[in-house]
Write a protein that binds this ligand. Structure first.
Ligand SMILES: [Zn+2]
Ligand SMILES: [Zn+2]
Length: 330
């Protein structure tokens, strides 16, 4: 099969992925074989490819927003031909204290798709049968792909930030995840305030119903109840903290940050403001988000790349050059 393979992490501009022919995987116990129909490109893929996440395998096929059709390892519950989604959380041990307490996103021995195991930048991939999700028919392959991490983890961020209906919510940075989060917030009658560098990202946010959009030097005109940061930048986290009211929560939707700068506790954190990170996802986050996305008729903005252009897709994410999400079609 054709696959995009990472041999050694380096800058996306140095074309770290090699497109080559490799052996098609064989179904293993507990797993199904999927023909990949589409695979979303996530900023985490960029962190994997560029080595900001410590490499754990010598040869790796990245990609963890996989839309695939079951072509092997089928069961009665998961028959041949079923269209499913695979996300970042590719498996857990099921018995550590976190798994037992309903926090499988924090599992001590997790499997991460496209990081600890091969992912979806390929024509075929393996996935644990108990970690795939049937996809609503209302989404075509291209639209379904970015729901699987950008969408699910964006949705989890709303939960971590404790968003309630009708609140004022800030989104700091406006890439794939934020653009899927905004319509969910609008469906909850939240007022959404978007701060982002790119002019075209601001236009997209306005078209999706943001109450206010500004660039990263502007502060929202009112104090926010909640804020979610999407940019991999500690400065953005501090800007978000400066925008929330007393008792407000800032959730950081980023697996990697450049750094956290020093900031003024008395002014920015005192008053029971909270700063929380968002780590991974649970299967119930995935199922709940897919239900919500289907119910509100979410329509992701998607730019497609052929597998041969996987490197170009990563550079586009790095440069914030995509409005919405990038998806690879193998
Ligand atoms: Zn566990
Ligand atoms: Zn992701």
């Amino acid at each position: 099969m054709k696959a995009a393979i990472l041999l050694a992490p380096r800058s996306a501009r140095a074309r770290p992925l090699e497109i080559s022919d490799v052996a098609k995987p064989e179904p293993t116990p507990g797993h199904c074989l999927l023909r990949v129909l589409a695979c979303g490109v996530c900023r985490t893929d960029l962190h994997v490819v560029e080595g900001e996440l410590v490499p754990v395998r010598e040869h790796l096929i990245p990609g963890h927003q996989i839309v695939g059709r079951v072509v092997g390892g089928a069961t009665d519950a998961l028959p041949l031909g079923t269209r499913v989604g695979v996300s970042w959380l590719g498996g857990t041990d099921g018995h550590c204290p976190y798994c037992r307490n309903g926090n499988e996103n924090l599992c001590d021995s997790p499997t991460f798709t496209g990081y600890t195991v091969d992912g979806g930048y390929a024509e075929y991939t393996l996935a644990r049968r108990d970690f795939v999700f049937p996809l609503p028919e209302s989404f075509d392959d291209l639209q379904a792909a970015p729901l699987l991490c950008a969408g699910i983890i964006g949705f989890r961020s709303l939960r971590v930030a404790g968003v309630e209906r009708g609140e004022r919510v800030g989104l700091f940075g406006f890439g794939a995840s934020a653009h899927l989060t905004l319509p969910v917030l609008r469906s909850w009658n939240c007022e959404v305030f978007v701060s982002t560098r790119g002019a075209s990202h601001r236009r997209l946010a306005a078209s999706l119903g943001a109450t206010w959009v500004g660039d990263d030097t502007q502060q929202p005109p009112v104090a926010l109840d909640r804020a979610i940061t999407f940019a991999p930048s500690g400065d953005v986290v501090v800007a978000a903290l400066a925008s929330v009211r007393k008792g407000g929560i800032v959730a950081i939707n980023a697996i990697h940050l450049d750094r956290i700068p020093e900031f003024d506790y008395d002014r920015l954190l005192w008053g029971e403001r909270q700063l929380r990170s968002v780590a991974n996802m649970t299967r119930s986050d995935a199922r709940d988000f897919l239900d919500v996305a289907s119910a509100i008729g979410l329509r992701p903005s998607v730019t497609a790349f052929p597998l041969e252009q996987a490197n170009e897709a990563l550079v586009a994410i790095k440069d914030d050059a995509i409005d919405g999400a990038a998806v690879i079609i193998p």
